[in-house]
Design a protein around this ligand. Structure first.
Ligand code: HEM
Length: 340
């Protein structure tokens, strides 16, 4: 019996050693996944993205949006980072992804370059996105939440999936909830994650129908969407006047504290200062309004729920083991150009 026990112990030890060599037990995420294979990974990413954020303060919002667009489409697998080639399109070709900002992609490229110098072929691009997002949320004043590691990078990137899987600015809250619930997220998680709109911009075309030629559901015209604060609506009308000639004109998502990660987004919604109709609709919809009220009144409650929801989002549909690869560069598959 003793020899059986010894055999079992040896087998366990061998499995543990194999797991550690691969950077952790295969198929499982863990916060210390790179503790043996690339212990400075998080520090390296933090240094790169922090200096990028100092030079370009729009990086944090961009990264957070890129991360959401990655995770909601085939899971958090860096499929959004694949560049289209002469042979095949990628998620970047989807209409909804055209406005994803270059600064965020640039910060990922720089992080990956620095990582490849220190520990080549070890840290996945999907993990870079997850860690960079957390660093930037924390840097702009938001909570530090756990980020389990060990995601693999995708072997495909669909040009059509993002427009189907992601919420659009002309959706009702009901339709957005359908998308989130279908992916296993709750109403509360949807409202908490939307708090990411405390940062960044939206281009005028995303809310133009609220401020120009507005018509309500019955077709009745009004100078602007009546759920908006009138002064705010008029300010936006003036700011976006030339948006058809210059589609790059944009407005802050959070007009009060645009660069700070805080609960002001929800306070704004209560006051008719939500920018997108999808933001303001969370006040009209009685499933979401109590949560908006709760987060507007209590920043700690928002941070707690946002943290849990981000951790869950970061694990959505992740690929581990043989399901994916560790890309050498984040915009291309290892076995040559994008041909999928
Ligand atoms: C709930 C449904 C959502 C809708 C309908 C929505 C829609 C949008 C739209 C239309 C924009 C403006 C894009 C542009 O004009 O460049 C935007 C920006 C943004 N979204 Fe969302 N979004 C949603 C949820 C989320 C979630 C869950 C996150 C992250 C966890 C997120 C993070 C962001 C950020 C940070 C920006 C600013 C990007 C920048 O400044 O570059 N959004 N969103």
């Amino acid at each position: 019996r003793l020899s059986l026990l010894l055999l079992a112990a040896a087998a366990l030890l061998a499995a543990a050693v194999a797991g550690a060599a691969a950077g952790g037990p295969p198929g499982k995420l863990s916060p210390d996944f790179y503790s043996q294979t690339c212990p400075r990974a998080e520090r390296i990413i933090a240094e790169v993205v922090q200096s990028k954020q100092m030079a370009n303060p729009t990086t944090a919002a961009g990264m957070l949006r890129v991360f959401f667009h990655d995770c909601f489409v085939t899971g958090c697998d860096a499929s959004v980072l694949i560049a289209p080639t002469r042979f095949a399109k990628s998620e970047k070709d989807a209409e909804i992804n055209h406005s994803l900002p270059g600064d965020a992609f640039d910060a990922v490229v720089r992080s990956k370059l620095a990582l490849e110098l220190e520990c080549p072929g070890v840290v996945s691009c999907a993990d870079v996105l997850a860690l960079a997002s957390r660093v930037l949320v924390t840097m702009t004043g938001g909570p530090r939440y756990p980020v389990p590691l060990g995601r693999k990078d995708s072997l495909s990137s669909s040009p059509t999936a993002p427009d189907v899987e992601l919420p659009h600015s002309n959706f009702t809250v009901g339709r957005i909830l359908e998308l989130f619930l279908a992916k296993g997220f709750t109403v509360q998680e949807m409202v908490a994650l939307s708090g990411a709109h405390t940062l960044g911009f939206s281009h005028c075309q995303e809310f133009a129908s609220r401020i120009y030629n507005y018509r309500d559901k019955t077709g009745k015209p009004a100078p602007f969407d009546p759920t908006m604060n009138p002064g705010y609506a008029k300010g936006l009308q003036a700011a976006c006047k030339e948006y058809l000639k210059d589609p790059t004109i944009a407005a802050f998502n959070d007009v009060m504290t645009p660069g700070k990660f805080d609960n002001m987004y929800y306070v704004n919604i209560e006051r008719g200062l939500g920018l997108l109709s999808t933001d303001e609709d969370m006040w009209s919809d009685l499933r979401t309004r109590p949560l908006v009220e709760r987060y507007a009144a209590n920043n700690t409650a928002f941070f707690d729920d946002f943290s849990r929801a981000m951790e869950k989002l970061s694990m959505y549909g992740v690929k581990t083991g043989a399901d994916g690869e560790i890309r050498r560069r984040c915009d291309a598959y290892n076995d040559g150009p994008n041909t999928v």
